[in-house]
Write a protein that binds this ligand. Structure first.
Ligand code: KG4
Ligand code: ZN
Length: 376
C-alpha cells in the first residue's frame, strides 16, 4: 500500500512548526521555528507577538518541511492542524493556513488536540527505536502550560496499530501552576530569565554537595491524590528569598548579565553562590518528586504496566533519571520522547492526525481555534 503522508502544522504557543509523517509513525521531516528570542525580553510568551511571528514564519516553515521530505504540496495526502488547547490568536494562524491549503489542494483537513499530539510523540520515538509500546498506559504531559495525567487505552481493545483511535481518562492535573510554569517563575525570581527549565536543570546538576539552605517537603493534596500543585513551592522560594536578603546582590548581578546578553550556563554559573545552587537543587528535587511519585502511584493503583512522559519538562535530566530508576524498582516501563520531540513540534501533530484521518474525523471550513479544547 502507498504511504499516507500527512503535513502537520503546529502554532499553539511560541513555536511555529511543520512536519511530514508517513503512516502516523515515520518522520520524513520536522521543522521548528522557536520564538524564544522574541519573548525572552518580556519574561514570557506575549500572545500578540506570538501570533504576529507565526504569521511571518508559517509559510517558510511549511516550505522547508516539504523540501526536507523531498515533496511538493500536491504529494501531501492530508493536513493535520492543532485546534487547541493554546493561544487563540496563535492557533488561528495555523488553522487558517491549514484550511487554505486543504481547500486549494482538495485534501482533507484533520483537527488535532495538542495534548494528544504530545502523547503521540512518545510513540514516534518508540517507533524510531524499534519498540512497540503496549497500551493501556498512564501518560504524564508536563510542560509550561500543562501538568496532567491521563489513562490512555485503544478505543477498540483489539486494535494496536498506528491507525487505531485511543480513549483518554483524566486521572489528575495541576490545580494551579504547570510544572514548567513553576520553573519559569522561580527562574525569574532568581534572575535567570526565560525560559527557566533548561538553565535550572543544568545548575541543579552542577550543585554538587552544596547544602540546601531550605527544605521543601512533599505537597499534601486534599481530595484527588493524583492532582498536582506547584504554586506553593514557587511561593516558598519567594518567601525564602525575601527573608534572606543576601541573595539580592547575586540576583542583580545575573540580571545585569542577562541584560548584556550573557545567558549561557558557563556565564551564569560563576554568578551563583553555593547557597543558590543548593536552593535550585532543592526546588528541582521537589518538582521531580511530585511528578514521579504521583505518576507512578497512579500507574500502580490502576494496574497499568506502562508510563509515558511528554511535554517540555520531560526534557529534564533529573526527571528522566528518577523516573527510570523508580520505575525499575516498581517493575514499570517508562518512555520519553527525545528532547526534540518532547517540546512542541509538528511531527506529533501529524502522527496524531493519522488515526483520525483513518477514522474520517475531519474538519471543514468552519473549524475554529479552541483555547481549552478537552482531549476526549
Ligand atoms: O512543551 P513546551 O515546549 O511548551 C508548552 O506547551 O508549554 O514546554 C516549555 C516548558 C517551559 O516552561 C520550560 O521552562 C520547560 O518546558 N522546560 C524544562 C526543561 N526544558 C524545557 N523544564 C525543566 N527542565 C528542562 N530541561
Ligand atoms: Zn506543548
Amino acid at each position: 500500500m502507498m504511504n499516507i503522508r500527512i503535513l502537520g502544522i503546529e502554532s499553539s504557543c511560541d513555536e511555529t512548526a511543520a512536519a511530514i509523517v508517513a503512516d502516523g509513525r515515520e518522520i520524513l521531516s520536522s521543522v521548528v521555528a522557536s520564538q524564544i528570542d522574541i519573548h525572552r525580553k518580556y519574561g514570557g510568551v506575549v500572545p500578540e507577538l506570538a501570533s504576529r511571528e507565526h504569521l511571518r514564519r508559517i509559510v517558510p516553515v511549511v516550505r522547508e518541511a516539504l523540501e526536507i521530505a523531498k515533496m511538493n504540496l500536491q504529494d501531501v495526502d492530508a493536513i493535520g492542524v492543532t485546534q487547541g488547547p493554546g493561544l487563540v490568536g496563535s492557533l488561528l494562524v495555523g488553522i487558517t493556513y491549514g484550511k487554505t491549503l486543504a481547500d486549494s489542494l482538495g485534501k482533507p483537513l484533520v483537527p488535532v488536540n495538542h495534548l494528544e499530539g504530545h502523547i503521540h510523540a512518545v510513540f514516534l520515538e518508540a517507533h524510531k527505536a524499534g519498540i512497540s509500546l503496549v497500551l493501556p498506559a498512564v501518560c504524564l504531559i508536563v510542560s509550561g502550560g500543562h501538568t496532567v495525567l491521563y489513562e490512555v487505552k485503544p478505543k477498540e481493545a483489539a486494535r494496536t496499530d498506528a491507525g487505531a483511535l485511543w480513549s483518554y481518562r483524566r486521572i489528575g492535573q495541576t490545580r494551579d501552576d504547570a510544572a514548567g510554569e513553576a520553573y519559569d517563575k522561580v527562574s525569574k525570581l532568581l534572575g535567570f530569565g526565560y525560559p527557566g527549565g533548561p538553565i535550572l536543570d543544568r545548575l541543579a546538576a552542577a550543585a554538587g554537595n552544596s547544602l540546601a539552605p531550605v527544605k521543601f517537603g512533599p505537597t499534601k493534596m486534599k481530595g484527588n491524590s493524583h492532582d498536582f500543585s506547584f504554586s506553593g513551592l514557587k511561593t516558598a522560594v519567594l518567601y525564602h528569598l525575601r527573608e534572606n536578603r543576601d541573595y539580592q546582590p547575586e540576583i542583580e548581578a545575573r540580571e545585569a548579565a542577562l541584560a548584556r546578553g550573557e545567558r549561557k550556563f558557563d556565564q551564569l554559573l560563576p554568578l551563583c553562590s553555593s547557597k543558590t545552587l543548593g536552593l535550585i537543587r532543592e526546588f528541582q528535587n521537589a518538582v521531580v518528586r511530585e511528578l514521579v511519585e504521583r505518576s507512578l502511584s497512579s500507574a500502580e493503583e490502576l494496574g497499568v504496566p506502562t508510563v509515558l512522559i511528554s511535554g517540555g519538562v520531560a526534557a529534564n535530566r533529573q526527571l528522566r533519571a528518577t523516573f527510570e530508576e523508580r520505575a525499575k524498582r516498581s517493575g514499570l516501563d517508562v518512555y520519553f520522547p527525545s528532547l526534540a520531540l518532547s517540546t512542541d513540534n509538528a511531527a506529533m501533530i501529524a502522527a496524531a492526525a493519522y488515526p483520525r484521518l483513518q477514522n474520517n474525523i475531519l474538519a471543514d471550513g468552519s473549524l475554529n481555534a479552541s483555547a481549552s479544547l478537552p482531549i476526549a
